[in-house]
Design a protein around this ligand. Structure first.
Ligand code: OAD
Length: 259
């Protein structure tokens, strides 16, 4: 463990200078950043949601049409779990980095709202949010979940079609506004930091390559090397709640108080 930390500190010394001098930092996060808050990832072998549940049943429009009650209840439970979870050190450090650099965007695939609760301001939710619902028929949006009534799922107050969570399911397009903001954030950045994502799900996975193509320094923190990683990337192996505080300390050693 301490060998690994020493190795990471050496890498961090190289990265610190780049991050300190960065004009625009863009961060991409995935489920791994919330794992230490007790929210399961998707693809971890034992605890990952997709090793225990079928994505086809729970994360597609077809699955919702087949069994809207189960799908609604599954997301309702995930919403409660997210509300009960607390942001961890990784969320807090990312909010702190935002305060220290001239320009910053945080693109997240997560729908749990923990970045905002940790104080991040420029959050781009490319896979939607558990905080909102919309209707199946016309995409009428509600910025809150309706009070639980007799009918599950509840109906849209405007058109009476079934409500569903405002999250992106397999086979659906990403929300247009969020995706164009994400592309702008990638084009503008000189440092791109990816935290806790397997880099498997497109089109988000390709953002790393886009950032690299336009010359950004790429830093990756994960428990395993994502498939999109190349030898040119700085790779920091370990839990985000341990690694990101070290990154903050290596970048601004004179200003680092515990966050
Ligand atoms: P995954 O479950 O695919 O990947 C999570 C990654 O986080 C893995 O590579 C883990 O090694 C890593 N990890 C786990 N704990 C960590 C920790 N404490 N610190 C750092 N890394 C850690 O999750 P995503 O990449 O977010 O899409 O998955 C992408 C999308 O696939 C999700 O947004 C979701 C899913 O299907 C939709 O629901 C549309």
């Amino acid at each position: 463990m301490s060998d690994r930390i020493d190795q990471i500190i050496t890498i961090l010394q190289g990265i610190g200078e780049k991050l300190r001098g960065a004009q625009h930092v863009t961060v991409l996060t995935g489920a791994g950043v919330s794992a230490e808050s007790g929210i399961p990832t998707f693809r971890d072998a034992q605890t990952g949601l997709w090793s225990r549940f079928k994505a086809d049943d729970l994360a597609t429009v077809q699955g919702f049409r087949r069994d809207p009650v189960s799908v609604w209840k599954w997301y309702a439970e995930r919403r409660v779990a997210a509300l009960q979870a607390q942001p961890n050190a990784a969320h807090r450090i990312l909010a702190e980095i935002e305060r220290r650099v001239p320009a910053f965007d945080l693109i997240t695939q997560n729908i749990d709202g923990l970045h905002q609760r940790a104080g991040s301001q420029n959050v781009i939710e490319v896979h939607g949010s558990l905080a909102r619902v919309k209707c199946l028929g016309h995409q009428h949006m509600l910025d809150h979940w309706p009070e639980a009534g007799e009918e599950v799922p509840p109906r849209c107050p405007t058109c009476r079609s079934k409500l569903r969570p405002d999250v992106v399911w397999f086979g659906e397009l990403l929300p247009e506004g969020a995706w164009s903001r994400a592309m702008r954030a990638v084009k503008a950045c000189d440092v791109f930091l990816s935290v806790g994502t397997s880099g498997i799900v497109e089109p988000v996975a390709s953002l790393v390559q886009k950032a690299e193509e336009q010359g950004a320094t790429i830093i990756i923190n994960n428990l395993e090397v994502p498939i999109s990683a190349t030898p040119q990337h700085y790779y920091l192996n370990g839990e985000a709640g341990t690694i990101l505080p070290l990154l903050l300390q290596a970048t601004w050693p004179e200003r680092s108080s515990p966050v």
